[in-house]
Design a protein around this ligand. Structure first.
Ligand code: HEM
Ligand code: NAG
Ligand code: NAG
Ligand code: NAG
Ligand code: NAG
Length: 362
């Protein structure tokens, strides 16, 4: 077992609520325990208690702020979850996706698969970063804030609560557009491409199916899936669902969007897999998980057992969240998540502080 579960509610209560209040059960199941990774699943340099003394209130600051943000617009949870995925898949989870490029020097944010990352997600991460730094000083990286925001996005949308290793440092440069194109799979990807893309990050077939379950929240734009409608309709698409999609996207080019999970669009649950079994998902990359025999078995098991999905999802998220992280004295702690310290004009007078911090850690 990769995790110990800390069960905080007596199982008797669960048994009773199961009989009387199935609705409550869904709530208490998701919220009654945390998944804790065991030490062999934590990469060197990260730890579960990294900010215990440096910024003890970090996690509660992040949760409190995001509760407010999501209360106004739960869609932001999906935006934040996706940013963490894109960050980790290009150059590792080191905050490079957060760095804004310019017209002459475009960054990851300007690359095609990134077109639809929500601009608000970057603002929210910067707001969190400012809140945290005003309380703790410049000790928490943008990469850690991004990872924590993704975790809260899952939990506060009704998904599992889990503990993540922290201590990531921020990278100094953003990825090129070519790096983004090479590392972020397109929604038109087939299963062999998806498996290869994930294997390159040491993520296996179960991780691929479980992480795709993030598509239980959020939205997709027409251009991400009209390859399945025009010029010819994908025969694996449920015909009634296809008609709905054609109404939303009358042309290959339409600029509209629709929700990824038609059953419970804003709730982090296992309904994405129920959609898959019913052939009511948007992307080729989703559909292929059901078409291919080996992944179909996993899809079916998640559609039947939400708790199993949650367990595998958390395991895979903790793995993904540690892909090529920078630790120790490598990289930096950015003062502004949108710009590396060496390019930050407001930092000139603080350079000494960063040197001191680095020296102290050595
Ligand atoms: C398996 C390969 C994957 C592909 C091909 C893929 C592709 C996409 C595409 C094309 C969109 C819609 C963009 C748009 O049109 O607006 C999307 C949305 C999303 N993806 Fe994925 N994705 C993959 C894996 C993941 C993973 C691993 C996660 C996180 C763990 C994730 C989280 C999300 C979320 C939350 C959204 C909704 C974003 C929003 O509403 O702003 N995806 N994905
Ligand atoms: C999957 O996609 C790749 C390109 O990404 C292509 O080379 C390959 O032939 C495709 N495989 C199948 C079975 O369609
Ligand atoms: C897509 O839109 C462009 C301009 O917005 C138009 O010229 C082109 O014909 C459209 N393509 C399709 C396939 O609808
Ligand atoms: C952070 O950097 C961005 C990009 O340079 C800039 O637009 C923004 O104003 C900066 N934020 C703060 C709080 O300085
Ligand atoms: C070219 C383009 O539209 N790039 C966008 C990529 O995503 C970021 C964040 O949403 C936008 O600010 C860019 O304009």
């Amino acid at each position: 077992m990769a995790f110990s579960k800390v069960v905080s509610l007596p199982s008797l209560f669960l048994a009773i609520s199961c009989l009387l209040l199935p609705f409550l059960l869904a709530f208490s199941e998701a919220h009654s325990h945390s998944y804790v990774p065991s030490s062999e699943h934590i990469v060197k340099g990260l730890s579960l208690s990294f900010y215990e003394t440096k910024c003890p209130d970090l996690e509660s600051i992040v949760r409190k702020h995001l509760k407010k943000v999501f209360k106004e617009d739960i869609g932001q949870a999906a935006g934040l979850l996706r940013v963490h995925f894109h960050d980790c898949f290009v150059q590792g989870c080191e905050g490079s996706v957060l760095i804004a490029g310019t017209a002459s020097d475009p960054s990851e944010q300007e690359a095609l698969p990134n077109l639809s990352l929500r601009a608000e997600a970057f603002e929210i991460i910067n707001d969190l970063h400012e809140l945290v730094h005003s309380q703790c000083g410049r000790v928490v990286s943008c990469a850690d804030i991004t990872a924590l925001a993704a975790r809260e996005a899952v939990y506060l949308s009704g998904g599992p609560e889990y503990i993540i290793p922290l201590g990531r440092r921020d990278g100094l440069t953003f990825g090129t557009q070519a790096a983004v194109l090479a590392n972020i799979p397109a929604p038109t990807s087939n299963i062999s491409h998806l498996l290869a893309s994930f294997a390159a990050k040491k993520l296996d077939v179960t991780d691929l199916v479980a992480l795709s379950g993030a598509h239980t929240i959020g939205r997709g734009h027409c251009t991400s899936f009209t390859n399945r409608l025009y010029p010819t309709q994908d025969p694996t698409l449920d015909p009634i669902f296809a008609d709905d999609l054609k109404e939303i996207c009358p042309e290959k080019n339409s600029t509209h969007f629709t929700m990824l999970d038609i059953r419970t669009p804003n709730r982090f649950d296992n309904k994405y897999y129920v959609d898959l079994v019913n052939r009511e998902v948007l992307f080729t990359s989703d559909e292929d998980l059901y078409t291919y025999e080996k992944t179909r078995e996993i899809v079916e098991s998640f559609a039947e057992d939400q708790e199993l999905f949650f367990e595998k999802f958390v395991h895979a998220m903790i793995k993904m969240g540690q892909v090529s992280v920078l630790t120790g004295s490598v990289g930096e702690i950015r003062a502004n998540c949108s710009v590396s310290n060496s390019n930050n004009p407001s930092l000139v007078s603080v350079v000494v502080e960063e040197d001191y911090e680095t020296a102290a850690e050595l």
